[in-house]
Design a protein. Structure first.
Length: 322
């Protein structure tokens, strides 16, 4: 599995950009930009290099961790998947592209799309000395217009993007992304009820067009969860000193909550159940909430079944389990 921490090349590139950069001055901008992103406001507030670097410090590590966790789940379900080409929609500073490059050594072609020229410039600067991302093609343009002329790719990724646009445009964008998907589409959103609702709407729309869920769901049916519950996962990541300064945080780690769906052109042969919350462990039994091929289940594994109990003790929120 790929580490949720930023890869060494990306860390080095960011460190190079941050020399002489005032962390304290960036903290206020980072907080505002991060909140705008989490609320679905998009990248319109990022207009300068300082804004872009503040965003990269505040949000790039968490976004990378969430995308990586989603890609790890996809790789676990479909270990044979070896995409050659990537299309990163709403790519920003290239976070999802870096994550995909780490998860899939098979990737050779990287195409990125975003309307924000400041983030595009930062992405190209960060990738300039990369051994993996020297040949990226980054087009500037509004997602729907840019997608229309983009080449299809084996893997299409849209991370923290669909919340930035209205309902009608979101539906059009979902269909365009699916049209450009040769094999698999991955969409990642904040792990909020609103983010989950956007994922579920897109999921249903594309299943109706012939898509099949690869992860996290073990089925193509309606989500069995009912409000106020919602499907989301969490990924812990380590904070660097600069990350803590900009976030105004003391803890050495951060837990990023996210929702996601990976949709494939072909049916997935085996789709195991998914752990929907951290299991409760007691001396008597382990209780786990699972999404199964047959729906929602509250599974209890008694201690007396030693082998099953030992296996269930290793279950973690988000795991695929048999």
């Amino acid at each position: 599995m790929t580490s949720p921490d930023l890869p060494a090349e990306l860390k080095a590139a960011l460190d190079g950009k941050l020399r002489g950069f005032s962390r304290s001055d960036a903290a206020g901008r980072a907080a505002s930009i991060s909140k705008t992103y989490r609320d679905g406001g998009g990248s319109g507030g990022i207009r300068s290099e300082t804004d872009a670097l503040a965003y990269a410090l505040a949000r790039m590590p968490a976004t990378y961790a969430a995308v990586t966790a989603s890609l790890n789940a996809l790789v676990e379900i479909r270990p044979e998947f070896a995409p050659n080409s990537l299309l990163d929609v709403g790519a920003g500073p290239g976070t999802a592209t870096w994550a995909a490059a780490e998860a899939f050594p098979s990737l050779q072609r990287f195409a990125l799309l975003d309307a924000n020229n400041t983030l595009r410039t930062l992405a190209l600067d960060l990738a300039r000395d990369s051994t993996r991302l020297r040949q990226i093609n980054y087009d500037r343009g509004e997602a729907r217009a840019a997608l229309t002329s983009a080449d299809a790719a084996d893997l299409v990724v849209a991370s923290y993007v669909i919340g930035e646009i209205g309902d009608a445009e979101r539906r059009t964008l979902a269909e365009l992304m699916w049209e450009k998907t040769r094999n698999t589409l991955l969409v990642v959103e904040p792990g909020t009820p609103a983010g989950y609702a956007r994922i579920i709407e897109l999921r249903g729309r594309l299943i109706a067009l012939g898509a099949h869920v690869a992860a996290p769901c073990p089925h193509d049916g309606q989500c069995p969860l009912q409000p106020p519950d919602w499907c989301h996962f969490t990924q812990r990541l380590q904070r660097s000193r600069a990350h803590k300064q900009v976030k105004g945080a003391e803890l050495p780690f951060e837990d990023e909550r996210f929702s996601y769906v990976a949709l494939a052109r072909a049916p997935v042969a085996q789709r195991p159940s998914r752990v929907l919350a951290q299991p409760a462990v007691s001396k008597v039994e382990i209780t786990a909430k699972l999404c199964t091929p047959d729906g929602l289940a509250l599974t209890k594994v008694p201690r007396r079944t030693k082998a099953d109990y030992a296996a269930a003790r290793r279950w973690r929120w988000g795991d695929a389990v048999n």
